[in-house]
Write a protein that binds this ligand. Structure first.
Ligand code: MUC
Ligand code: MG
Length: 387
């Protein structure tokens, strides 16, 4: 008898961050994650995550919008469909729902998690086959304070957790941003690689000056310096910048990747399943990048454990991962909602081997952090993680 999708639940979870995380367009003190649970007629439940940054300030979908799109539109299409064939369920969904990439990615992940649990295979095997067991992971310095960033980075290097750092810039005037970056690079020297993410904040003129100034400051990579729609600008910078240019917000699916690759519009692609519209779509972006001899980097939407491991499962299948990954975000949250701890060691994240995502949620913690949860559902044993 066919195994069907019986029920879909979405929960909004809010976990505070260990410190404010300051980006050019927003600052966050908590991360809001929409978890989706897909329950199947054989008793298996898969989980996925839809997470964005700062409500609607970063991407096209908000946590509430992701929940609403799933509850009101996607779930009625999927319920009753065959659970064993995630590709066919997702194809049906794509035919009937335009856009809503974060919601689709969360659902695809949950279907693949369930399929993995059913077959006994890790999700990486359903995505093409794992080529690496651990992934290099950088840390993002974004406290908003230069001295605190230097302290944070020094601790990370000394504890063996990270030695590559991405700095969030674009909020302050260019010369202040460059002074901030240069001070951090001087303090860390050759012990660290420094990259920056401008999150679209610059116009062409500022970007042209900025790339040169950042080259002098010792920066290794510049991410999304101009607006996501400014492909011509990205192309110009890619031609003339002394520092490699990475596309992030510009890449909202394989079509964007093809367009950027055609015009040699980036030196590197940041691969994000949520932005791409799913894990397979993200894999296609990586394939287009690789075919175009463009460097590949594993990005994040600051997802918690579920979304981070979904990305890790995919990134572990990439032949080229030239710039490593930034799958650090569970460490930015005060609390990990997983019962199976993630292993960050030797500047890397280990990819779980158990079937599906290979992780288990700690449901007491999930309930505790659920938005509008009834008064405390978990004891006071929450260990505040410090940087
Ligand atoms: C982005 O633009 O890359 C990734 C790391 C981080 O701190 O923010 C995200 C978003
Ligand atoms: Mg970015």
């Amino acid at each position: 008898m066919a195994i069907t999708i019986d029920r879909i639940d979405t929960w909004i979870i809010e976990v505070p961050t260990i410190r404010p995380h300051v980006l050019s367009m927003t600052s966050i003190n908590k991360q809001v994650m929409t978890l989706v649970f897909v329950s199947c007629s054989d008793g298996i439940t898969g989980v996925g995550e839809g997470t964005t940054i700062g409500g609607l300030s970063y991407g096209n979908e908000s946590p509430e919008g992701i929940k609403l799109a799933i509850d009101l539109y996607c779930a009625p299409i999927l319920i009753g469909q065959r659970a064993e064939v995630p590709a066919s369920a997702m194809s049906l969904l794509r035919n009937q729902v335009v856009g809503n990439h974060f919601a689709k990615n969360a659902l695809e992940c949950a279907l693949l998690d369930a399929a993995g649990q059913r077959s006994g295979l890790a999700m990486s095997e359903l995505l093409g086959g794992r080529l690496r067991q651990k992934l290099p992971v950088l840390w993002v310095l974004a406290s908003g304070d230069t001295a605190q960033d230097i302290d944070e980075a020094t601790q990370m290097i000394e504890s063996g957790r990270h030695n590559v750092f991405k700095l969030k810039i674009g909020k302050r005037p260019l010369k202040d941003d460059v002074a901030h970056v240069a001070k951090i690079k001087r303090a860390l020297g050759d012990r660290a690689s420094i990259r920056v993410d401008v999150n679209q904040a610059w116009n062409q003129h500022t970007a042209t000056r900025g790339t040169k100034m950042l080259a002098d400051a010792g920066v290794d990579l510049i991410e999304q310096p101009v607006h996501r729609a400014d492909r011509a600008g990205l192309e110009q910078l890619t031609r003339y910048s002394p520092v490699p240019i990475m596309a992030d917000e510009t890449l909202n699916g394989p079509g964007d990747a093809l367009e950027v690759a055609r015009r040699n519009g980036a030196h590197a692609f940041s691969i994000k399943p949520a932005q791409a519209g799913g894990l397979f779509a993200a894999g296609q972006i990586a394939a287009i990048g690789t075919a175009g001899n463009i460097g590949i980097y594993g990005g994040t939407m600051l997802e918690g454990g579920v979304g981070t491991i979904a990305s890790a499962q995919l990134f572990s299948t990439f032949e080229n991962l030239d710039w490593g990954t930034e799958l650090f975000a569970p460490l930015l949250q005060t609390e990990n909602i997983l019962a199976t701890p993630l292993v960050y060691r030797d500047f890397s994240l280990e990819v779980p081997n158990a079937p599906g995502l290979g992780i288990k949620l700690d449901m007491d913690k999930v309930k505790h952090f659920r938005r509008n949860a009834p008064a405390k559902t978990v004891s006071s044993s929450i260990n505040r993680r410090t940087v």
